[in-house]
Design a protein around this ligand. Sequence first.
Ligand code: FAD
Ligand code: HEM
Length: 442
Amino acid sequence: MPTGPEDTEVGAADSSTEALPEPEDAVEVPGAEAEATAGRPAPEEAVTAEADAGPDGTATARPDFPQASPEPAPSPDAVLVQRTMAEVAPIADKVTSYFYALLFTRHPDLRALFPAAMDTQRDRLLTALLTAAEHIDETDVLVDYLRNLGRGHRKYGTQAEHYPAVGECLIGALSRYAGAVWDDDTEAAWVRTYTTISQVMIDAAAEDELRAPAWWYAEVVAHDLRTPDIAVITVRPDQPYPFLAGQYTSLETPWWPRIWRHYSFASAPRSDGLLSFHVKAIPAGWVSNALVHHARPGDVLRLGPPSGSMTVDHSTDSGLLCLGGGTGIAPIKALVEDVAEHGRRRPVEVFYGARTNHDLYDIDTMLRLQRTHPWLAVRPVVDTRAQLPDAVREYGPWNEYDAYLSGPPGMIRSGVDALREVGIPAGRIRHDSVEELVSAGG
Ligand SMILES: Cc1cc2nc3c(=O)[nH]c(=O)nc-3n(C[C@H](O)[C@H](O)[C@H](O)COP(=O)(O)OP(=O)(O)OC[C@H]3O[C@@H](n4cnc5c(N)ncnc54)[C@H](O)[C@@H]3O)c2cc1C
Ligand code: HEM
C-alpha cells in the first residue's frame, strides 16, 4: 500500500487533461446536480434571511494562522508556491472546479466519499490545501492544524492511498491555470510541499486509528424544542466519546449523507456518557433543519472526532470572561460546568446575548447555575450583536481574566475588538475559527 504522495504521478497530469472537459464546462461537479436541485431552496437565500449572523457567503475557509512577526524570509519552495498562489487567486473558482473534475474523472471511485451536492463547501478542501502550502514555513502552527485535519478525514473514509490522487489533480489544476509562472522548479516545489502536508495528515490518521474509531454512531435519546427554531438534542454514542468542555464535533444526519456540520458540546463530559447540542434551524439550512425539525429519539447520527481549543486552562486561577451569543451559549455552559467540576473557585462572568428575550432560550439553566455557584455571574444582554461587547466594557476590570467567545462571527469579531480595547492580550482570548464560522454562515 502506498503510504504517501511520493507516488504522485505529476508527469501524468498534463497528458490526460486532453480528455477532460474544458474548465468552463467543469463547473458542475459530476453527480452534484441531482441533489442540488431536489426541490429545496438555494441555501444562499438564508444569508439575507438572517442578516445578524453576519455571514459572508462568499468567504472561504482559510484556517486561522497567527501571523509570525517578524516574518523570516520564505524558503525557496514557499516563494514558488506563493507565486503560483498569486497567479491563481483571481480564478480560484475555476481551479476548484477543474480540480474536482480531474479528481472525479480520473478517480471515479473517490466520488462516493464526497456529498452528492457540493455547492456550498466544495472550495474548502482546495482552499485549505493552498493556504497550508502558502504557510508551509510556519511549521508548528501548520502541523497542529494538519494533524487535526488528518484525524478528521478518517470519517470521510479517506485512506492513505487517496492522497497521491488528490496531489496529482491539484498539480494538474495548478499547472493548467498558473501556466504563466509554471515550470519544472515550481512543479517540484509543489510536489515537495504537498508531500509534506499530506504526510502529516496520513501519519496523524494512522496514529488515531490505533486509539479511536473513524466516527461514532450516536442515538438521539432526547429532543427538546425550546423555541420554534432551537432544539436541545441529547445523544448516546455507541462507544465512549472523549472530549473537553468548550470543544465541538462534526455531525452527519441520516437525511443528508456525507454532509457534515460542526456543533459545540453543550455540557462538560457527563458520567452517563451522554452528549448534548443546542441547534438553531437556519432558514434553508440542510443539517440544522433536519436536526431541529426531523430528528426524534431513536434516530441515529454520526459524529466525527472532537475538535477546538476553546478549553479551560486548569493550571491557572484567572477568571473567565465568557461571551455567548445565541446557541453560542452552549459551549459556555459547558465551560461553567467544567470549572464547577474542578472545584477551584475562580470568578466566571457570562454575558449571554440574544436578539429578544424569547431567544434567551437557555437563560433558566444559566440562572440556576448562578444560584448554585457564588463565583458565577450571568448577565443577559438582549438586542443586536453590537451590544454584547458594549455591555462587557461597562463592567470589569478584566485584566485578570481569560476570555472565551462563542457565537456568530460578527459577534466574535466585535467581541475580540472590545476585549483587546479593555486590555486583554490576544493570547488570552479564545474562540473558534472565525473563518470556519463565516464559511458555515453560522
Ligand atoms: C466551530 C463551530 C461550532 C458550531 N456550533 C454550533 C452550535 O452549537 N449550534 C448551532 O446551531 N450551530 C453551530 N454551528 C453552525 C453549524 O455548524 C452550521 O453551520 C449551521 O447549523 C447551519 O448548517 P446547515 O447545514 O443547516 O446550513 P447550510 O445548508 O450549510 O447553510 C445554508 C445557508 O445558510 C447560510 N447560513 C448558515 N448559517 C447561517 C446563520 N447562522 N445565519 C444566516 N445564514 C446562515 C449559509 O451560508 C448557507 O448559505 C457551529 C459552527 C462552527 C464552525
Ligand atoms: C493534503 C491534503 C488535503 C487537505 C489539506 C484537505 C483539506 C480538507 C478540508 C479543509 C476540508 C473541509 C472539511 C474539514 O475540515 O474536514 C476537506 C473536506 C473533505 N476532504 Fe479533504 N483534504 C485533503 C485531502 C483529501 C483526500 C486525499 C481526500 C480523499 C479523497 C479528501 C476528502 C475529503 C472529503 C470527502 C471532504 C468532505 C467534503 C465536503 O464536505 O464537501 N481530502 N478536506
